[in-house]
Design a protein around this ligand. Structure first.
Ligand SMILES: Cc1cc2nc3c(=O)[nH]c(=O)nc-3n(C[C@H](O)[C@H](O)[C@H](O)COP(=O)(O)O)c2cc1C
Length: 217
């Protein structure tokens, strides 16, 4: 049976666009596959402990019997995160755009993962070439001609990590203007935002079809 690894990083339990679009993709994918198991990691609502990264970085340099609780925890977490990725056939990453950059929780996730010997930089890409889908949602608009063009310092890093560092075969669905409904200053953009959201769901659904074909092929 196909195993889908799904990671959510939105700090919102309700109203999250990345979660909703990822649900569309996941639902369509499972419908097409007939059955699949989903391994879910929610680092938005259940963040990884902040001390785990330093623990995982320094633990290998400390004799096992002298390791601190944080170091043991960092090592164990790295092993768990690496196992989750290695045991999956396809991946869905639902990642929000925060403060013109990346989710701190996903940054922490990547930092811990890359301390794991199997995912250490320079090692063969053990999950390289496997299919993955990134869903990103931004509150504003960042395209050419917009006042904040060039301010998106998140998307390229997400793609660099997933596509180049982990070597995943990555497709991306982007949704913008998600704050239009709640921000009065963006009232005039509500129509465009609704269109953009509908396109995001449609793209995710269509991508699920392509992904299902590949997994079945
Ligand atoms: C703390 C915080 C900071 C944010 N910073 C930005 C930002 O710098 N630029 C932007 O366009 N949207 C920003 N947003 C809006 C989010 O990108 C937007 O709500 C997006 O839809 C988040 O994903 P979600 O809907 O899955 O939660 C921010 C949202 C929060 C909660």
């Amino acid at each position: 049976m196909t195993t889908i690894f799904r990671l959510d990083a939105s700090i919102r339990a309700q109203g999250s666009v990345t979660r909703a679009v990822a649900d569309t993709l996941q639902g369509e994918l499972i419908a097409r596959l007939g059955q699949a198991s989903v391994v879910a990691r929610d680092i938005g609502l259940s963040p990884l402990p902040a001390h785990a990264w330093a623990g995982a970085v320094f633990a290998p340099h400390v004799p096992a019997e002298q390791r601190s609780v944080e170091q043991k925890e960092g090592l164990a977490l790295g092993t768990l995160l690496a196992d989750e990725l290695l045991n999956a056939d396809a991946y869905v990453f639902a990642l929000p755009f925060y403060n013109f950059g990346v989710s701190q929780h996903f940054k922490a996730y990547v930092d811990i993962l890359l301390t794991e010997p199997r995912f250490a930089p320079g090692q063969p890409q053990l999950i390289g070439g496997r299919p993955a889908h990134l869903i990103i949602a931004r509150g504003g608009g960042y395209g050419p001609g917009t006042p904040r063009h060039g301010w998106d310092h998140g998307t390229a890093w997400y793609q660099r990590v997933l596509g180049d560092i982990l070597g995943l075969d990555l497709a991306t669905t982007e949704v913008e203007l998600t704050l239009a409904d709640t921000n009065p200053a963006m009232e005039g953009l509500r129509g465009l935002a609704a269109e953009n959201l509908a396109q995001g769901h449609a793209h995710a659904s269509q991508s699920a079809g392509v992904l299902a074909q590949r997994l079945q092929g």
